[in-house]
Design a protein around this ligand. Structure first.
Ligand SMILES: Nc1ncnc2c1ncn2[C@@H]1O[C@H](COP(=O)(O)OP(=O)(O)OP(=O)(O)O)[C@@H](O)[C@H]1O
Ligand SMILES: O=P(O)(O)OC[C@@]1(O)O[C@H](CO)[C@@H](O)[C@@H]1O
Length: 300
């Protein structure tokens, strides 16, 4: 079984505004409210690709209820921990000339809630995969993913981490199966701006030296690079298409990669499935369906 963990789920309010003006009343010309948060997106795309998973994490308030309802409606199994105070965040995704995001803070997570999550993770077995994806609220220490990995280290759980800065760096010595920074996040870790694929590969290799088994670097419209534990390096430009909503493209890529890997145990196929799922989601208003992913895969 695959378990995804989203510490800070969201309702993503995706709005289009033709010409945004600050200090003025703007009106939308398109709007959508979708359940979000990185682990949740991974679960939804896995489901679309025919792989069951359980979405874990923390929800609160009426927004939390709406998130849970929508994730279940997408066909996913959920086992969220309910926090009695505060509410899950609403993240604004503004499409105008470019894409602007305002992500909320989310509810306070107390130690008793973390303990509830730890209890749920006790049920993991050697055959399970754990996906830790997304940011954490300020109330949680940025050693939390590392702590979780330590707790499951007595089992052969494959762990995937999609996080930024210290939250990601802290897990590396626990040897995660896969990490998926984007090129900007990779540069941010080392305090550099990465411009060429050669530079991106060199810094991606450093994350492998620091412990990551496999490193998948997404580069939005510039494609992706994969650095495998067997020394393989795959590079791919992004498939061509009309971008409609790229929110969750990176999460779709993680889901596509896992689907491809579980299907054939082959990193090149997994990489192609990752790219296809990422781009198929970017070319669609919502997260990609199986037929949309397959259609992009055919073009690679
Ligand atoms: N503009 C685009 N054109 C084609 N493919 C895209 C585009 N944007 C994203 N993708 C596809 O999705 C993959 C992941 O995208 P990206 O690098 O934006 O992830 P991310 O930064 O983790 O995004 P998010 O946090 O919104 O999920 C890319 O490697 C590419 O395959
Ligand atoms: O604030 P975080 O946790 O870094 O990212 C949250 C988020 O932007 O990530 C998903 C897309 O990857 C969205 O569904 C969600 O709103």
């Amino acid at each position: 079984m695959i378990y995804t963990v989203t510490f800070n789920p969201s309702l993503d309010y995706v709005v289009g505004v033709k010409e945004i003006k600050l200090n003025a009343t703007n009106r939308t010309d398109s709007e959508q409210m979708l359940p979000g948060g990185k682990g949740i997106n991974v679960s939804i795309v896995l489901k679309n690709l025919g792989i069951p998973s359980t979405a874990l994490g923390f929800i609160a308030g009426f927004t939390g209820d709406e998130i849970e309802k929508n994730v279940k409606a997408a066909g996913c199994t959920t086992d969220f921990i309910k926090i009695q105070e505060g509410m899950s965040r609403i993240n604004i995704k503004l499409k105008s000339d470019g894409e602007t995001e305002i992500n909320g803070m989310g509810p306070i997570i107390h130690e008793k809630h973390l303990n509830q999550l730890f209890e749920k993770l006790e049920q993991l077995t050697d055959k399970d995969i754990l996906v830790l994806a997304g940011s954490i609220p300020n109330s949680v220490p940025d050693s939390i993913y590392q702590d979780i990995m330590k707790r499951v280290s007595n089992k052969k759980v494959m762990v995937v981490v999609d996080a930024t800065k210290d939250l990601l760096v802290n897990v590396l010595d626990r040897k995660p199966f896969l990490i998926k920074p984007n090129n900007h996040e990779l540069g941010e870790i080392f305090g550099v701006e990465l411009k060429t694929n050669e530079e991106i590969i060199a810094y991606g290799e450093k994350l492998k030296d620091m412990g990551a088994r496999n490193v998948l670097i997404s580069m939005a419209g510039d494609g992706a690079i994969f650095l495998g534990e067997d020394g393989c390096v795959y590079e791919s430009p992004a498939p061509k298409g009309k971008v409609i909503n790229s929110v969750g493209a990176g999460d779709s890529m993680v889901a596509g990669f896992l689907t491809g890997y579980l299907d054939q145990g082959d990193y090149q196929h997994a990489f192609k499935m990752g790219i296809s799922a990422g781009s198929a989601s970017a070319f669609s208003a919502q997260l990609a369906t199986k037929s949309e992913v397959e259609a992009v895969y055919q073009t690679l």
